[in-house]
Design a protein around this ligand. Structure first.
Ligand SMILES: NC(=O)c1ccc[n+]([C@@H]2O[C@H](COP(=O)([O-])OP(=O)(O)OC[C@H]3O[C@@H](n4cnc5c(N)ncnc54)[C@H](OP(=O)(O)O)[C@@H]3O)[C@@H](O)[C@H]2O)c1
Length: 206
């Protein structure tokens, strides 16, 4: 269904999506969490990591997630980390709306990504993303704080977690602060591969 709002993240088996500090990004835990995705041909080409890569079911999921996305909403901490790491030709190729308190002009990248900085909250960011996405879907790209705000506000229709076989022990927990009394989940997909288990849920408010 066009206009669906979703998120799709890699999560450790104990519920974390990133190490606590940005200095640890690209460290051992992050690489173990994301090992499955770094191996995929579509991801490698899109991030300009080189040729080659796997073309099985994990690659299909990465490509489908990219192709359904007409615009993204992102938190400022994810943007700050990505700004250091993405190639000049950033890997979104669509508008990206960054929720932040910082005032900043829109930033065009080669290849069709434009980052817009939104200072009036997630609903305003999502309205703009829906309009920009046209007949495609809107991805809440992350991180956890932004995803949880959207879930708690009843703005997320569905999500996918790629459950990686790694334990963090501590870090940024995906569902920290979720309004568990309000949010109900309906399982819609469970697909194990050699590398991870992809879990899909529809979100219903109680
Ligand atoms: N495992 C995965 O698949 C995955 C996916 C995505 C991201 N990540 C990771 O997640 C981490 C970041 O997540 P996070 O939870 O720490 O942070 P985040 O959600 O990316 O960003 C939070 C920040 O965004 C701004 N913000 C959020 N909501 C706002 C609002 N309503 N109004 C104004 N500003 C708002 C605030 O920054 P300011 O006050 O500074 O503006 C806030 O501190 C990164 O390490 C990233 O790599 C992992």
């Amino acid at each position: 269904m066009a206009g669906t709002v979703f998120f799709s993240v890699s999560m450790s088996l104990d519920g974390f999506i990133a190490p606590q500090s940005s200095e640890e990004l690209m460290g051992r835990q992050w690489m173990e969490l994301q090992r499955w995705v770094f191996a995929q041909r579509f991801f490698r080409e899109n991030l300009k990591l080189g040729t080659g890569g796997e073309e099985g079911p994990d690659n299909d999921i990465v490509r489908e997630t990219f192709e359904r996305t007409g615009a993204s909403v992102m938190g400022k901490r994810m943007f700050d980390a990505g700004e250091q790491m993405w190639p000049e030709d950033a890997p979104f190729h669509t508008p990206v709306f960054v929720v932040t308190h910082e005032r900043r002009d829109s930033w065009d990248r080669p290849g069709g990504t434009t980052f817009h900085f939104v200072n009036d909250g997630i609903e305003a960011a999502l309205d703009r993303a829906r309009e920009a996405a046209g007949d495609r879907d809107v991805r809440i790209a992350g991180g956890a704080e932004t995803i949880v705000q959207c879930v708690n506000a009843g703005l997320v229709d569905e999500f996918t977690i790629s459950l990686s076989p790694v334990l963090f022990g501590s870090g940024i927990r995906l569902f920290e602060g979720v309004d568990a009394a309000r949010v109900a989940l309906e399982p819609v997909r469970a697909e194990p591969t050699q590398r991870v288990t992809h879990l899909g849920y529809a979100v219903r408010l109680r």
